[in-house]
Design a protein around this ligand. Structure first.
Ligand code: HEC
Length: 115
């Protein structure tokens, strides 16, 4: 009985952990859109006007975006695109002045992935 109970507890812990892991994204796509895209954080960083915190937030937001599943389109392609955005945001993080974030193309991405 004791063994069965420990076994069940262990199983619950594993399921719980994997559930949290799968749902780990820090921001939803909508949050990223609101703050980074429509809100202008991405443009600000690309123009070289972002603070250190702005740049860190943009990298974190694009990273989280890639952990979400878009309403439509191919998940693999989505992950690739988000990875590119993260790379471009990281490049902007290092740059002193302007640094284009070319993959942040509203229409191209919406056509493919927005429901
Ligand atoms: C990398 C892909 C990608 C790029 C680039 C992108 N979007 Fe989006 N956007 C999405 C996806 C996917 C959704 C749908 C999110 C959902 O329904 O969960 C969305 C939704 C939105 C929404 C609706 C959010 C809501 O609360 O329903 C707005 C507004 C928006 N995008 C603005 C923009 C603007 C402005 C730009 C360009 C500056 C932009 N997006 C660039 C992928 C992108």
């Amino acid at each position: 009985m004791r063994n069965l109970l420990t076994g069940l507890l262990g199983l619950a812990a594993i399921c719980g952990a994997s559930f949290v892991y799968a749902d780990d994204a820090k921001y939803t796509i909508k949050q990223v859109m609101k703050e980074a895209m429509k809100g202008g954080l991405c443009a600000k960083v690309a123009k070289g006007e972002g603070t250190k915190e702005d740049k860190e937030k943009l990298v974190a937001m694009f990273t989280a975006m890639g952990q979400n599943t878009p309403p439509k389109g191919d998940k693999e392609e989505w992950e690739k695109l988000c990875k590119k955005l993260v790379e471009e945001a990281k490049a902007a993080q290092k740059a002193e002045g302007k640094s284009a974030i070319k993959s942040a193309n509203c229409k191209a991405c919406h056509d493919k992935f927005k429901g």
